[in-house]
Design a protein around this ligand. Structure first.
Ligand code: MN
Length: 179
């Protein structure tokens, strides 16, 4: 986790700063604003913002939606929305895990909320952010190999199982109710 945060995530931040250095006006933008309106960006830096800005935003969410092992479970409005969308919490977990297992190459799986308030499961390659399609990411797992290779080598399933134990459902609920 230290290496993942201090080296991998940091590199995205550094490269985003480098890419946008020639456009001082962008320094006032939040990362959410940058990724939500890619059309306003100069074409010469658009892909760099998608890659490195997405890398920064996705990792920032990933750190926030984890907490020390507490085996939290979703409650309240979020649980009701998960139940009505996926059947029940177990079915939601199964579908999310299946998407994370089936993702080919490097990417992320997201639980997102549409502007209409609908929950969706989305698989994104590389660092593409749900913010760029107008959706709010609520929960995410990093399934790039760098996220699990040091501890689990190629055993992605074990990493995903361990990750479920540290999901910070309080934070996910907060994001759900705020968006
Ligand atoms: Mn990562």
């Amino acid at each position: 986790m230290k290496l993942h945060h201090g080296k991998h995530h940091q590199t995205y931040v550094d490269n985003l700063n480098k890419a946008t250095a020639a456009f001082p006006g962008l320094q006032n933008f939040t990362i959410e604003q940058l990724l939500s309106d890619l059309d306003v960006l100069d074409p010469s830096i658009r892909q760099a913002v998608i890659n490195h800005g997405g890398g920064h935003a996705n990792h920032s969410l990933y750190w926030q939606i984890m907490a020390p092992p507490a085996d939290q479970k979703p409650e309240g409005k979020l649980l009701a929305a998960l139940n009505s969308t996926f059947g029940d919490f177990t079915k939601f977990q199964e579908q999310f895990t299946a998407k994370a297992m089936a993702l080919f190459g490097s990417g992320w799986v997201f639980l997102t909320k549409t502007p209409q308030g609908k929950l969706n499961l989305k698989r994104h390659s590389f660092q593409n952010s749900p913010l760029s399609t107008g959706n709010t990411p609520l929960l995410t797992i990093d399934v790039w190999e760098h996220a699990y290779y040091l501890k689990y080598q190629n055993r992605r399933a074990e990493y995903i199982t361990a990750w479920w134990h540290v999901v910070n459902w309080n934070k996910v609920s907060e994001l759900f109710e705020r968006s």
